[in-house]
Ligand binder design. Sequence first.
Ligand code: MN
Length: 192
Amino acid sequence: MKYELPELPYANDALEPAISARTIEFHYGKHEKAYIDNLNRLIKGTEFEDMELEDIIAKADGALFNNASQAWNHIFYFFTFAPDGASEPKGELRKAIDRDFGGFDNFKQAFVDAGVGLFGSGWVWLSHDEQGKLFITQGKNAENPIRDGLTPILTFDVWEHAYYLDYQNRRADALNQLWNIVDWEVVESRYK
Ligand code: MN
């Protein structure tokens, strides 16, 4: 199976000012495209060639894991955003956030703190276990909570390539701006 770069469901400038068109062009159009190209090159002629991407992430190591996970992580990240999405979680997810983090504002603070506190490159994740309990975790480089048996529902990319064009060294500002473009209906749809 050959992986393709999916077309984003919004225009490149639709997420401004949180994420600029220029960042989308580089981050999605070049960085993510490179991960997908590398993934296709690395699986060709191997046991991974016809495997689902989540299974490659669960089983592969080294360069194949890194490129498979980065390919998945960026699609998951960019498809969470919408210019006019739901600004707050509702329903069962809202109840779980209130229960596990003591409220939506506390959750957002803890999530950004975990992203800012990650040294170097990686991702901050919101995931749930089989009982629906929520966890905020840090993943270095390409790490994905699927490897730990958790189901991810939200991630912020904290690699410098995600924000440096727009925010330079101000990672906290970059992450806090993302709350303006997260579509919580998308996140809720992942909480099953
Ligand atoms: Mn990235």
